[in-house]
Design a protein around this ligand. Structure first.
Ligand SMILES: Nc1ncnc2c1ncn2[C@@H]1O[C@H](COP(=O)(O)OP(=O)(O)O)[C@@H](O)[C@H]1O
Ligand SMILES: [Mg+2]
Length: 394
């Protein structure tokens, strides 16, 4: 270990010299003739193991100096040299813990030697204690961190298990529904055929046709739900190839142009120069369709849909989708990627979980910011290149 540093302040130059002569063999001695000079030395040499100061000095008393030294070298052992004057100030300083002890003047060489030795031991103990406390604190924080991670992992596991069983159930129900739906469709077709062959029914023909039309529309919507369910429950396959995300976006907007116009929604696209990326173009299209569909449904009374792409850095594409629609409560935002979470009367609640899967399969990330009655902003980050372009199931 390095030699301990002792700082000694005294306005009597003779004392300084004697002190240095006595102790320079055992310690590194720093000397100052005034409080100001002492503070300067502290600033340059802290941490200092022991500070000793004369009490009676012209500009700054010893106690005043020691009080100021705490800020610069908090762990130092502080001692004061004094005659038997200023007793009250001294007692105060010792009682409030700012001063370790006092040494009477003129000092006794032998006694001072022992006192310094004890003070140094004390200092080492203090430093070791501080280290131990810091170690303990760090260990405690690490433990707390591990505990939180464990808790998080457990929750994810439970959630994943829950989702898997919901998925299996959904898949079975969807399978079971497929045949009856086909049956209903065929039955309707036969009925329509039979009725058109019966002249006595001709007066009902028109109402009959209208009803059949309605029933067919409902069946189509049930078929779509079943298709979504099956798609969700199945492992999704991904095929990666060079893909133009800006092209995918304009394709989706083009396809939905009429519905967006009808809903009085203005679309703004800001396509940055992002180049080509490695991705599954069909899945990215599916993702964009879901975003646009949701925004459309959120902007019942019209609004603006803004879609932008840009390079977040050389290998990272940032896509933002923003609408001025209904927005979401914080609770809804938290649950948005849960399968079957929906706030819509006719919603299935699978769109966003499929989007999430698609982004995960591309090793990307999605963030949502939303404010009730103001709108929603999705920020998606997608790597431009995939480490392995092999097909994958998610
Ligand atoms: N752009 C959006 N604005 C407001 N709410 C949204 C938006 N996108 C998604 N949501 C909320 O997330 C829910 C889940 O969306 P989604 O998974 O697509 O299912 P669905 O559209 O069938 O309800 C929606 O019901 C809605 O509450
Ligand atoms: Mg949706």
């Amino acid at each position: 270990m390095n030699r301990h540093k002792i700082l000694y302040i005294d306005d009597d130059a003779e004392n300084l010299r004697t002190f240095k002569r006595l102790f320079r063999k055992d310690y590194e001695i720093l000397l100052a003739e005034s409080g100001e000079e002492g503070l300067q030395l502290l600033q340059e040499h802290a941490p200092i193991s022991i500070i000793i100061t004369d009490q009676r000095m012209p500009e700054m008393t010893g106690i005043e100096f020691l009080d100021q030294s705490i800020r610069l070298s908090p762990d130092s052992i502080r001692m004061i040299l004094t005659g038997f004057t200023d007793v009250q100030a001294l007692i105060d300083a010792i009682n409030t813990g700012r001063v370790y002890r006092y040494i009477t003047k003129p000092w006794d060489e032998q006694e001072l030697y022992v006192t310094l030795k004890r003070a140094v031991d004390n200092y080492e103990l203090k430093i070791r204690n501080t280290q131990l406390i810091n170690d303990l604190q760090r260990k405690h924080e690490e433990l707390e961190q591990s505990y939180l991670q464990l808790q998080d992992a457990q929750e994810k596991l439970i959630q994943a298990e829950k989702m898997a069983s919901i998925g299996r159930l959904a898949s079975r129900i969807a399978h079971e529904l497929r045949n009856p739906i086909q049956g209903i469709k065929m039955g309707l077709e036969l009925l329509r055929h039979d009725v058109s062959d019966m002249p006595e029914c001709s007066t009902f023909q028109q109402t009959f046709d209208t009803n059949i039309h309605h029933i067919n529309a409902e069946i189509t919507s049930v078929e779509r739900i079943v298709k979504d369910l099956l798609e969700y429950a199945r492992d999704m396959k991904f095929e990666f190839s060079e893909t133009d995300l800006n092209g995918v976006i304009s394709g989706v907007i083009f396809n939905m142009k009429e519905r967006l116009q009808e809903a009085e929604i203005t679309v703004e696209t800001h396509c940055g120069e992002i180049g080509a990326m490695t991705a599954d173009g069909i899945r990215l299209r599916q993702m964009m369709l879901n975003f646009v569909q949701n925004s459309l449904e959120a902007m019942e009374f019209g609004g603006t849909l803004t879609i932008a792409t840009t390079l977040a850095d050389e290998n990272l594409i940032q896509l933002t989708v923003q609408d001025t629609g209904s927005g979401m409560t914080p609770e809804q935002q938290q649950r948005i990627f849960e399968p079957f979470f929906t706030t819509k009367e006719k919603g299935v609640g699978l769109g966003m979980s499929i989007v999430h899967r698609i982004i995960e399969a591309h090793h990307g990330a999605i963030d949502v910011k939303s404010e009730r009655d103001h709108g929603t902003l999705f920020t998606i980050l997608l790597p431009r290149y995939q480490d392995d372009s092999e097909d994958r199931a998610a």
